[in-house]
Ligand binder design. Sequence first.
Ligand code: FAD
Length: 469
Amino acid sequence: MSRADRGEAPAGPSVLSPGVAHPHRAQRPRHPGPALGDALTLATALIIVTIGIWVRRGGWASVTGGVWAESWESIGALTGLLATSVALIGIAFAARTHRFERAIGLDRALLWHRWMGETAALLLVTHIVTTVIAFASLSSLRDAIVQLTGEKQYMAMATVGAFGMLLITVLSLGFIRRHLAYETWYFIHLLIYASLALAFAHEIYLGSDLAFDPLARAFWISVSVIVLLIVVVSRWGKVIRSIARPLTVLSVTPLNDVAAAIELGGRNVSDLRAAAGQFALLRPLTSKLVWQPHPYSISAAPRVDRIRFTVKALGGASDLMTRLPVGTKVAVEGPYGTKIYEALRGEKLLLIAGGVGIGPIRSLLEDFEPDSEPVVIYRARRAEEIVHYDELVSLAETRNGRIIPVIGRTIELKNGNPLDPDVMRRLVPDVAQRIGVVCGPQPMISAAFHCLRSCGVDEDDIHFERIWW
Ligand SMILES: Cc1cc2nc3c(=O)[nH]c(=O)nc-3n(C[C@H](O)[C@H](O)[C@H](O)COP(=O)(O)OP(=O)(O)OC[C@H]3O[C@@H](n4cnc5c(N)ncnc54)[C@H](O)[C@@H]3O)c2cc1C
């Protein structure tokens, strides 16, 4: 139990004190409750009701009735309804509702969102193919395509919507996505709302399951409106609130030739209820950056009046971030990320950071008690890349821990690569009894994960942020 939980007095200077006890520390996020279970129950219920609507209208009887065209048409109807249901679930997962995001983390929420999107696209393709087969078996392929794409106004709209959804899915495939700028991909991605809206009318007015069943139609419209409201209130409400109540750049301190510590302040910091280990989407309200929210991790445990991020210039936006003038307004959306410190409390810790991944590790260190005896392995290619070193050493010392900087490219380390299980066991003999936290680039996360597993650390005891983009 932490000192704050026990109601004890704060101790020592701010940077060294166990953060939870500090009088100026911002409030922690509230407990998320059983949000994950609730969300999965609702999603499952929607799928079951969707299938129920189809069965009620004789869908199963048509599939097994022996009439070829009716069977295909019925499969097409079911896959069309399911494609929309799954897409709505996927959109709700990405809506960043506070309780759901806090329960599983934005990284997992967005990964689930991607899987739902891919599943919806597969169902959509099946819907299109089976419906074309059904219509073609009654006339010709050419007539079927004309009928299904342009003969009725709603079908033309649905055709455009389907193209939109498939385009978004294809552009989100890893090997294509990698070649696109994040912003290009993101703004095309937003077309999903228009695509679903275009498809909506043909479901309601032409779909055999909804057009002739007022109850099912009312249910379908209600679910769509609820998801729309969740998106507007949660997803876009967060954006609007962050822009309406921005923080101000208090200082930008260069740490080396590419990284800077950015401190933001203002009356609204405590409202964020941010915690060490979390991250936020920063949107500087300047003409170039206002369209570009970028994720950055909190690099010092938040105080009531200030919050710090450590930014490395990797591309256009991050380069501008490291040179923001003092006084610039910055919209801060979030914070996001699970309350990782709760899982770490009272445990012995092994923290592995790569490059600027030291930011969240640095902030988490403030939250640990002396019994955590944290060992921090800090990987950097060059000595000049090491940042916040003095702070790290001070924090580790007061928590009976140590910092192990490992400098050089992996191929140059030879027998000194700490992510080699033998080297790791030598550096941290009790590694198997520790909880691992890894922050850094994806290849380092994978290498650290495999190393810790080989050293006997349980899978559930290795924490890392999954790459979602
Ligand atoms: C959860 C999380 C925490 C992060 N914490 C930090 C941190 O504390 N310090 C730090 O320096 N960097 C951090 N990053 C990385 C940082 O967000 C990127 O370096 C930054 O967005 C690069 O943008 P750019 O336009 O300068 O570069 P670009 O060249 O445009 O992009 C470089 C890389 O960042 C990705 N990226 C760009 N914009 C976004 C976005 N809005 N969302 C997700 N990925 C994006 C791109 O796909 C590309 O892989 C974090 C990233 C994530 C996902």
